[in-house]
Design a protein around this ligand. Sequence first.
Ligand SMILES: Cc1ncc(COP(=O)(O)O)c(C=O)c1O
Length: 417
Amino acid sequence: MKFNLTSCEIGPNFKMTDGFIALKSLIYSKNKKLGYSKKVNSFFKEKFPNHFQPEFFTRSSRTGLYLLLKSLELPTNSKVMLQAFSCVVVPNAVLQAGLIPVIVDINAEHFNLDLNTILNSWNEEVKVLIIQHTFGIATDWTDVIKFCKDKNIILIEDCAHSLGAEVIVDGNMVEVGNLGQASFFSFGRDKIVSCTNGGLALIHKNYPEWQARMEKNYSEIKQASLIESLRSLAYICSMAFVLRPYYGLVGKPLFKILALTQIIGDVYTKEEKKGTSKLINAEKMRLNLFPILYFQLTQLKNFNKHRLEIAKIYSEKLNITYSKGSIFLRFPVKVDSSKYYKIVTHLKKQQIILGQWYLSPFIPVQSNSASFGYNKTNCPVVENLIQNRVLNLPTNINTSTQTARIIAKIISEFDKA
Ligand SMILES: Cc1ncc(COP(=O)(O)O)c(C=O)c1O
């Protein structure tokens, strides 16, 4: 009987060492924590030399996007195009900045938007395009970038799923984050690297005025509260020491207790799920979280190497291929809805919990997509994928090659049935 948890969503990046670092960061002096924030800063400075000094660390990446959009100072009600099969906080950030989201369909092969889906909903009022490397899957962005240049559209990259992935531009492999005028990264619970809550926004060095306005707007938001950062650290400790290793014994009930008592908070507020233009938790990331973020970043290469190793197993056993450069935050597998729940339930019995992206056009599933302008008729591919299903297979460092083989075997057996 297996007791440890394999999951896409429940603290997937955390091991015992992360728990110890979370504990240690409680007793670190302010100077020591500042030292870690400088190391994190240097990490991104080295990775993105064409961007301004990384300084816009926020409580979550949704705030980074909101600040980027607000700092553009576009006329109110300007339009911002983004894809469905995303997170509810992305269109919310657009509304919070006083702009209007235009939601477009996706390409069924790689789950990202493409030039055709853009052209279907395009009009001259669109001033910004947000592209997203869904599930960390790479694609060729050459014609989308050219279109943005021709039409003078600002391109912002949502790299919440894809730190370290490479995509194709003009026949070359380019690391995500370098495609447009700005980009943002998430360090949320189930992202490429995680400190439970966190995000970073970057602006390309060609746009000093945008950067200056961003600095001003960033300086005006407050720091996340101590309590909030302690909850993040408690999440890491509980995941690392009890929840993940003993999920099948005490982990599951403990998880419920921690969620009920709000020690483990929800990732989205009720208002965010409904869709809102009200600003929520727009805060800076607190220093407490930098030691753990730095530790996670030191493992980035290893995490992504492991993700590729696991993805190779799924790819070979299930005969599914995605483009070179993909990093596979999760490995998506399209299945028939009649099989989806059977597979999910079967795996759950073995402490393997698959992810839930995207049971609805925007996560979480309770979100009200119509409230920010999602229109079914404009997005037939998304509707089709929702009516059927996309399994999200785990690829994280806590997913062993043996478990990946079991998952692939179960899926192919159900597929043949
Ligand atoms: C594509 C995408 N963008 C942005 C976000 C928001 O990330 P954060 O929780 O850091 O605000 C998410 C969250 O899951 C996401 O999936």
